[in-house]
Write a protein that binds this ligand. Structure first.
Ligand code: PEP
Ligand code: MN
Length: 248
C-alpha cells in the first residue's frame, strides 16, 4: 500500500491559459501529485467542445517550462499517443477506449505509466485483460486502475460507483486502485461521499475534476467542484487514508 494517497486533479478540459494557470497553481499548493486536464476530448455529441487539441499541447509545454509538474491527459488514438508523449507523465485511457486494443498496444511502447479507466460496462476480467495489453509482458510497467462508475438504472446519477471493484483491485491484483467519483456520480455534491467510500474500499489514488468557476466549465460542469470544495474534500480524504493506513 502506498504511504500516502496519490491525487490526480484538475479540470475536465483545459480551456484557456488563464483557467489553467488559476487551477493548476491552486492545486499544486494543495499538494496534488498529478495535474489532469483534457486536451483531446471524447464527447458524446460532435457539436460539444472537443478540447484545445494542438493548442492545448503548446499551452502545457509552455506551462511546464515555467513550473515543473506531473501531468496526465487522455489519449484516444495512436496518433494522439505520439503527439502527447512529450507532455504527459501518465497516459490516461478513457472509459470509451478501454477496448481499443491497438491503442493499448501503442501506449505499452512508451515508458510512461498508464491510467486505465474501466469501461462503463466492463467486467473485471475485461478490465484486467486491458491492463495486460497496457503492460505488454512488462511486469514492472505501472498501471493505475481507475473505477469511474458503471452504467446504472437510476437517472439521478450519471453512473454507479462500483466499490466492490475497487476492493477487488486492491486485494487481488498488483495494481493501485483509483476512485473517480466525479464521473461515477456526475454531481458535485456527491463527490466527497464517493471519494471517501472508494478510499474505505482500498483506493490508493483519487481523481477529482476541479474548475475555478464550476458553472462555467465547457465540459462536465455538473460534476466540477470549486477549488475551495476540493481543498476541504482533500483534507478529509487524506485523514481517512491515514487512519486506515495506521490501522486505527
Ligand atoms: C475524463 O476523465 O474527463 C473522462 C472523459 O473520463 P471517462 O473516460 O471516465 O468518461
Ligand atoms: Mn470529464
Amino acid at each position: 500500500m502506498l504511504q500516502k494517497l496519490h491525487w490526480f486533479a484538475g479540470p475536465c478540459s483545459i480551456e484557456s491559459s488563464e483557467q489553467w494557470a488559476e487551477v493548476s497553481g491552486a492545486l499544486l499548493k494543495l499538494g496534488v501529485d498529478t495535474l489532469r486536464g483534457g486536451i483531446f476530448k471524447m464527447r458524446t455529441r460532435p457539436e460539444s467542445f472537443q478540447g484545445l487539441r494542438e493548442e492545448g499541447i503548446k499551452l502545457i509545454l509552455e506551462a511546464k517550462r515555467k513550473q515543473g509538474f506531473q501531468f496526465i491527459s487522455e489519449v484516444s488514438t495512436p496518433q494522439q499517443v505520439e503527439l502527447m508523449a512529450p507532455i504527459v507523465d501518465i497516459f490516461q485511457i478513457g472509459s470509451r477506449s478501454m477496448y481499443a486494443y491497438e491503442l493499448l498496444k501503442e501506449v505499452a511502447k512508451y515508458p510512461q505509466p498508464v491510467f486505465l479507466k474501466r469501461a462503463f460496462s466492463a467486467t473485471l476480467e475485461e478490465w484486467l485483460g486491458a491492463a495486460d495489453y497496457c503492460r505488454a509482458n512488462d511486469s514492472n510497467k505501472e498501471v493505475w486502475m481507475c473505477e469511474r462508475g458503471v452504467r446504472g438504472f437510476d437517472e439521478n446519477f450519471r453512473n454507479m460507483l462500483d466499490v466492490n471493484a475497487i476492493a477487488y483491485i486492491a486485494q487481488e491484483t498488483p495494481y493501485n486502485a483509483v476512485v473517480d467519483a466525479s464521473h461515477a456520480t456526475g454531481r458535485s455534491q456527491y463527490i466527497e461521499a464517493g471519494t471517501l467510500a472508494g478510499i474505505a474500499a482500498g483506493a490508493t489514488g483519487v481523481m477529482v475534476e476541479v474548475h475555478p468557476n464550476p458553472s462555467q466549465a465547457l465540459s462536465d460542469a455538473d460534476q466540477a467542484v470549486s477549488i475551495e470544495t476540493f481543498a476541504s474534500l482533500k483534507t478529509k480524504a487524506d485523514l481517512l487514508f491515514e487512519h486506515i493506513r495506521s490501522g486505527l
